[in-house]
Design a protein around this ligand. Structure first.
Ligand code: SAH
Length: 404
């Protein structure tokens, strides 16, 4: 039974390596660094100590995840739901320092980003008047914790609805009972939202994949600054980059292998018809690797190319294969860009670090006999904060470069 609503009543002892990790500012301890966790309930709040019994702080405990400990406070915690409420308020206040809650041009962004907002295992995204919530750990799944989260979000943001999106794989890993995605508050499940003045459809419960890539919001605006001429958005999903480029570029083509994503992309283009002034975007359903190969061999040329593939490297072991995949894509794109062309190239694989990614790009430029000048080396939008000393919170890379 979960003890999460009660004061801390158990102790988890960690190895010197685990203790050093915490002392260096990280908030995780892996199971292999747990010395003892006898009788500790799954999902409970625990006092963490080093091997000599010195308290290191309070953490959320998972009985099944490889990440056994996620620190929540340096001191004792007496009322976890009250702490959660404070942390949610702080996360909202943080966003309000750079985003205006009433701004109709941008009303979709991440409100809570797990560890980076000191709420490990909780993600909350705002899509205009609908909040989408994800619970990723045993501790956050406890009923009193869920109640506190939903009630605080309602109080602070008064959304039309709050929807929980369930990732069955995560529940399985955390040995949590299966649960369906669904409404936690209200009845509304679809809306429109805006990023940088561009409108998008949001349907929380329909389709294969819901939601947008909010982490790219600032990169869309940055890419639009330099984009020109003929543009190709590869891995376009529901048109995030393509729609931002369309006011500056012509023609614009978006490529993705998912038909449902392209259907939404087309609807999104219609939503923005005023801004596009009758310009059509061509949406192509294809495997991007095959299509780029065909286009490169048939000497197609573009002035702006966006590459935003799904994560190739999900684990450290995949790193080399991931870098080969990125290189193949970037090499083809570089060959197709006209002199003065703009390459916008992204990676959302945490295991591919910024240095690896730039090295891969440099090597692709050499092989393509092109010179690349870096215009901007960017990361994820500010509403997905990067917590220094917790490197896992920095995962997105977006390089904008000029090709000659
Ligand atoms: N650029 C998008 C996000 C891209 S997410 C945005 O800003 O919203 C990655 C996309 O790659 C998904 O839409 C997925 O359907 C697509 N995808 C995955 N494998 C693919 C492949 N081999 N060829 C084309 N698209 C692919």
């Amino acid at each position: 039974m979960s003890q999460t609503s009660s004061p801390v009543n158990s102790t988890v002892k960690v190895s010197p390596r685990g203790a050093n990790r915490l002392k260096s500012g990280h908030v995780w301890v892996y199971r292999s660094d747990i010395v003892s966790a006898d009788g500790v309930d799954s999902g409970s709040l625990v006092t963490v100590t080093d091997q000599r019994g010195k308290a290191l702080g309070t953490a959320l405990y998972s009985s099944s995840s490889q990440i056994a400990i996620r620190m929540i406070a340096r001191d004792a915690v007496n009322d976890f739901p009250a702490l959660l409420r404070q942390r949610i308020q702080a996360a909202i206040a943080y966003r309000n320092t750079f985003l205006k809650p009433g701004d109709g041009d941008t009303n979709a962004y991440r409100i809570v980003f797990s560890e980076a907002d000191f709420l490990p295992g909780l993600i909350v995204d705002r899509y205009n008047d609908i909040l989408s919530l994800q619970i990723l750990t045993q501790a956050m799944d406890a009923e009193p914790v869920r109640e506190a989260i939903v009630s605080e979000l309602n109080e602070q943001l008064k959304p039309a609805a709050i929807i929980e999106r369930v990732d069955p794989r995560v529940r399985d890993l955390e040995t949590l009972p299966p649960r369906d995605s669904g409404l936690l508050h209200g009845t509304k499940t679809a809306t429109t939202f805006a990023m940088n003045g561009i409108k998008f459809h949001y349907d929380a419960l329909e389709g294969q994949k819901t939601g947008a890539f909010l982490d790219q919001r600032e990169n869309y605006a940055a890419a639009a600054q330099y984009a020109h001429g003929e543009a190709l958005d590869v891995f376009c999903y529901q048109g995030g980059f393509a729609l931002h480029l369309a006011p500056k570029c012509s023609p614009v083509t978006g490529v993705d292998s998912s038909r449902p994503a392209l259907e939404v992309a087309e609807q999104n283009a219609a939503l923005n018809s005023g801004l596009l002034k009758g310009k059509e975007i061509e949406w192509i359903e294809a495997n991007a690797f095959d299509l780029l190969k065909d286009y490169a061999t048939s000497s197609r040329h573009y002035d702006t190319i966006v590459l935003d593939p799904p994560a190739f490297g999900k684990t450290k072991r995949d790193l080399e294969a991931a870098l080969r995949g990125y290189k193949e894509l970037n090499l083809r794109a570089l060959k197709m860009l006209r002199p003065g062309g703009i390459l916008v190239t992204c990676s959302c694989s945490y295991h591919v670090g910024q240095a690896d990614f730039l090295e891969m790009l440099g090597s692709a430029a050499l092989d393509a006999h092109r010179n690349l000048r870096l215009i901007e080396v960017r990361g994820q939008a500010k509403d997905h904060p990067v917590l220094l000393n917790v490197p896992e919170t920095a995962y997105l890379k977006c390089v904008i470069a000029s090709v000659s």
